[in-house]
Design a protein around this ligand. Structure first.
Ligand code: ADP
Length: 272
């Protein structure tokens, strides 16, 4: 989703309520954070449902949603805004964070540790009781409109090796752990999202559990719910099961011959 895309309540995905199956107390905790004006941190592996959860909560709370994918080139100006040169002079243009602060939107910074420290620092005054965004370049201090909430996501397993959030940043958030859903729930999600039948969905979830245990053998990224849905969709569209598992699950995860071989064996053991 582009940084500029706004999902208005009730207008997300062709007007539908985003489908989200809770796996713990996250809905209630998020509601309380929203009511108490607390920033929220969603922790969990890639593809486990963090983005979908925020989309659902924005719809549920009736707030617009502004999503900002973070990366290491993201500057404070990309978040806050910049002067644009026009034929008759310069004009200030708000960035997505400033728009969210003015509109009282939920602002979701996806994979926040990817952003540089000097970019993350601009969030600090928004996460405490001040709820302000100082814009140095214009001299304006924007006070967050009611309903504004900062939400960040973070994949601890993946990023621990390279980067981490500073304690001074972490302590500004209420954290919610969102791991892959339990088998029965993940099966329901795969069925709902791909249209696959229960037997195929359940078998794919079983396969995912087996592949996830290869983490101990060096598999850095394990199959996400998202990959299971993609694989189930391939099967639903007529791709033979084992080919679909290779293209949808195995190949995206690793190039390492021994790990790929081990995953093939698990596919053969699951779909005999
Ligand atoms: P993340 O933001 O954690 O990388 P996403 O929210 O993009 O992951 O989840 C990937 C896909 O998995 C979603 O698009 C959705 O289809 C599905 N999904 C995962 N968890 C859930 C859930 N609890 N309820 C509904 N769909 C889910």
């Amino acid at each position: 989703m582009s940084a500029d895309e706004l999902i208005k309540p009730g207008e997300g995905r062709a007007g539908d309520k985003p489908y989200y199956l809770p796996s713990g107390p996250e809905v209630g905790i998020f509601e309380q954070c929203h009511a108490s004006k607390l920033a929220a941190m969603l922790k969990g592996p890639t593809g486990c449902g963090k983005t979908r959860f925020v989309e659902y909560m924005a719809w549920h709370l009736g707030r617009p949603l502004v999503t900002i994918p973070c990366h290491d080139d993201l500057t404070a100006s990309d978040l806050i805004g910049r002067y644009l040169i026009r034929h008759n002079g310069t004009e200030w243009q708000d960035g997505p964070l400033t728009r969210a602060v003015r509109e009282g939107a939920i602002c979701y910074l996806d994979e926040v540790v990817e952003a540089r420290q000097d970019t993350i620092v601009v969030l600090h005054a928004l996460t405490d009781h001040r709820r302000i965004l100082p814009i140095d370049k214009t001299g304006e201090t924007v006070r967050a409109a009611p309903g504004f909430q900062l939400v960040v996501s973070y994949n601890p397993g993946y990023q621990r090796m390279m980067k981490d959030l500073k304690p001074s940043t972490r302590q500004r958030f209420v954290a919610m752990d969102l791991d892959f859903p339990a088998a029965g729930q993940e099966t329901r999600i795969v069925m709902q999202e791909s249209g696959a039948d229960e037997a195929i969905s359940r078998a794919l979830v079983e396969l995912a559990h087996r592949i996830r245990s290869l983490r101990d053998r060096g598999l850095a990224e394990v199959p996400s719910t998202r990959l299971l849905i993609a694989t189930a969709s391939l099967i639903g569209n007529g791709i033979p099961v084992k080919e679909a598992c290779y293209a949808g699950l195995i190949s995206p995860l690793s190039d390492d011959e021994s790990l790929v071989g081990a995953m093939h064996d698990l596919v053969d053991a699951t779909f005999v």
